[in-house]
Design a protein around this ligand. Structure first.
Ligand SMILES: *Cc1c(COP(=O)(O)O)cnc(C)c1O
Length: 361
C-alpha cells in the first residue's frame, strides 16, 4: 500500500542488518551500533528496538537525553553513554541504568557517591586518550586511573579509546593502536576493550568496534548500502509562462512552457541548500531543481506533467547524485553532517522485506 503522506522518510531495516552483518564479519569481536544524534538522522528508537531485538548486545548514544528517550521508548537493554560523563549527570545515568563513560575522577566520584545514596552498583567504561586530546584519561596514566576509579567502588566493565585520523592518516592510526595495545597489556583481561570506529574497522580491521556511519551504509566501496530514502509527492504541478521567476530571489527564469513541480520538503527537512543537484522523478530520471531550495519547499522541472500522487525520490539509498554522500560532497562537508540534519518532522517508515514494520509520525 502506498503511504498516505506527501513527504516521508523510509529506512530499510533489512539493509541496515546487512550492513551490521558485514561489519560484524569484519570485526574479530563485538560491533556496538552507535545511535547518537537520532541514529545519524535515521531514528534512534526504532533502530535500537530492532537491533537489540535481533540479539545485538548493546547500543551507544552520546547524551543523557538520547539515552532517556530510549528508556522512555521502552528500550531496556544495555546502553553505553559515550562522551564523558559530567558529574551533574551521575544520578540520572544511574537511575536510567546506563553505562556511562568516565574520563575524570570528579565524574567517577560523583557516580560512586550517587550510587551509594541510591543503593545501586555504579558501572562504567573508562575512556583513554591515545592521541585525540578531547576526552579520556591520558594513556600513560590509564592503569593509575583504573585503580583509582575501581577504588571508589565503580565497576569498570570496558576500556576504550577513539581514533582521530581513521580514513585520513593511517600512520597516526597505528600510533594510537600501539598505545591502546600498551594500555591493554597494562590493565590486563576482564574488560571489554574497544577502539575502532567505522573507518578504523573498514580500513584496518580490528577487534571490538563502535560503528555509526558504516552501519547506515554511508561509506562507499565496501559493499555497504545506504539505508534511507526521502520521498515526496508534489503539492502543485504547473506550466510556466515565459519570463516567470521561481522561488526566492527569482533565480530561475522560465523560458516558457516548461513543467514545474513543487515538492513539500526543503532545507528544514535536511536538504543542504545549494547542494542538491537534482531529484529523481517518478520515472527514475534526474530532474533539475529550479531556483533556490526554500525552508519547506523545493521546485523541480519536469519533462511532462504528473499528478499529485506521483512519488519523487529526493534522497536516494545509493551513492548516486541524490545519495547522502553526494549531497555532502556537493555541500563541501562530511556525510555525518548531512545525515544528522535530516528532518525530525517528516513521518518515517521502517521497512523489512518490503513491509512496514514500524511507523513514526
Ligand atoms: C560517534 C562515535 C563513534 C562512531 O563513529 P563512526 O565514524 O560513525 O563509526 C564511535 N565512537 C565514539 C566515541 C563516537 O563518539
Amino acid at each position: 500500500m502506498e503511504p498516505p503522506y506527501r513527504a516521508w522518510l523510509e529506512v530499510d531495516l533489512g539493509a541496515l542488518w546487512a550492513n551490521y552483518a558485514l561489519l560484524s564479519a569484519r570485526a574479530k569481536g563485538e560491533v556496538i551500533p552507535v545511535l547518537k544524534a537520532e541514529a545519524y538522522g535515521h531514528g534512534a528508537l526504532p533502530l535500537a528496538r530492532f537491533l537489540l531485538g535481533r540479539g545485538v548486545r548493546r547500543v551507544a548514544v552520546a547524551t543523557l537525553g538520547e539515552a532517556r528517550a530510549l528508556r522512555r521508548g521502552g528500550v531496556g537493554g544495555e546502553v553505553l553513554l559515550l562522551g564523558s560523563l559530567h558529574p551533574l549527570e551521575a544520578e540520572e545515568a544511574l537511575a536510567l541504568g546506563l553505562v556511562p563513560t568516565l574520563s575524570t575522577l570528579e565524574a567517577a566520584r560523583a557516580l560512586a557517591q550517587r550510587a551509594r545514596a541510591l543503593g545501586l552498583t555504579p558501572r562504567a567504561h573508562l575512556k583513554v586518550d591515545t592521541g585525540m586530546n578531547r576526552v579520556g584519561f591520558p594513556w600513560r596514566e590509564a592503569l593509575a586511573a583504573l585503580r583509582a576509579v575501581e577504588a571508589l567502588g565503580v565497576r569498570v566493565e570496558g576500556v576504550y579509546s577513539h581514533l582521530a585520523t581513521a580514513g585520513e592518516d593511517p600512520s597516526f592510526v597505528e600510533v594510537q593502536r600501539a598505545r591502546f595495545l600498551e594500555v591493554q597489556r597494562a590493565l590486563g583481561p576482564g574488560y571489554l576493550y574497544h577502539l575502532e570506529n567505522s573507518h578504523g574497522l573498514l580500513l584496518h580491521g580490528g577487534e571490538n568496534a563502535r560503528v555509526g556511519l558504516a552501519l547506515y551504509g554511508l561509506i562507499p566501496g565496501f559493499g555497504l548500502r545506504p539505508v534511507l530514502r526521502l520521498l515526496a509527492r508534489p503539492t502543485l504541478v504547473k506550466r510556466l509562462e515565459r519570463g516567470a521567476r521561481v522561488g526566492y530571489g527569482g533565480e530561475y527564469v522560465a523560458r516558457g512552457g516548461e513543467w514545474l513541480a513543487t515538492l513539500p520538503v526543503g532545507y528544514a527537512d535536511g536538504l543542504p541548500r545549494g547542494a542538491v543537484r537534482g531529484v529523481k522523478g517518478p520515472d527514475g530520471s534526474l530532474l533539475p531543481v529550479a531556483g533556490r531550495i526554500s525552508m519547506d519547499q523545493t521546485t523541480v522541472l519536469l519533462p511532462a506533467p504528473v499528478d499529485l500522487g506521483a512519488v519523487f525520490e529526493v534522497v536516494g539509498p545509493d551513492f548516486g547524485p541524490t545519495g547522502l554522500c553526494a549531497l555532502a560532497e556537493a555541500r563541501g562537508t562530511i556525510p555525518y553532517e548531512v545525515a544528522v540534519h535530516l528532518s525530525r518532522r517528516l513521518p518515517r517508515l521502517y521497512l523489512l522485506e518490503g513491509r512496514v514494520v514500524e511507523r513514526v509520525e
